[in-house]
Write a protein that binds this ligand. Sequence first.
Ligand code: AMP
Length: 288
Amino acid sequence: MSDLSALPLPSTADLAHLRRIVAEWRHDGLRIGFVPTMGALHDGHLSLIARAKEKADRVVASIFVNPTQFAPGEDFDAYPRTMDADAAKLAHAGCDLLYAPVASDMYPDGFSATLTVGGPSQGLETDFRPHFFNGVAIVVAKLFNRVQPDIAVFGEKDYQQLLVIRHMVRDLDLPIEIIPGETLRERDGLALSSRNAYLSTDERRVAASLNEILAAFAHDLSTGIDWETAQGKALAKAANAFERVDYIEARCAETLAPLPPGPVHQPARVLAAVWLDKTRLIDNMPAV
Ligand code: AMP
């Protein structure tokens, strides 16, 4: 763990300290924005900081690799941890405070609360990572209670997560506005992701085709063909390019409910998760 006091922006792991700083801001009538992350920051994360700065007077970013959203055998231990570089990027982006709690503080011995989220969490990621959204929900609910922001920014890169958090905030009456941030991409279309660091040069080249396949899927839907036919084409291409395809689907953009059969006459979203060796890539985009 880095020495947080040596980082180039105000940083704390201590909840009481966090609360003192935020209370002072609130006392001064300032609006507080929040961007939760797992670190290994890239320009996509920094674009969320910029978005939060547009909407709030002070911005808190958190870095916490949340154990409850990883299943045994997933990449929790391997997940990149780059605190010093992350802090430099946050400072440069104008973030006002880095909150980096430790796991034993977030989940003390005997921690037993759970949150079960339904609605938009059904299907897609949940079919392959059934633990995932309940783990995300508990950590985000805790971080919201700790930071008590007015607004929080979540990336459309994790579109299902964005809708799950929106739904949770509504269901639990949390007084926080959830703001979406657009997906930042490499020049070849690959969505920026902390996990792209796992890709070999060859895999990196193949990875860009996910964006192309989704764009063609979205375009096909806009021509009025049945979503089943469009999905079949997208699946065939993805199965050809990637070692494994968890899903490639079109869903209702607002709720992520399955679409009625046939041509699509409502705002939709195409979403996919595929594998290159041990790296899982997810991406999505609007359609219709
Ligand atoms: P993570 O650190 O992967 O948990 O992501 C933290 C936040 O950054 C989430 O709200 C993500 O949706 C968002 N994010 C991840 N990748 C991107 C990207 N390429 N563009 C914009 N936001 C992103």
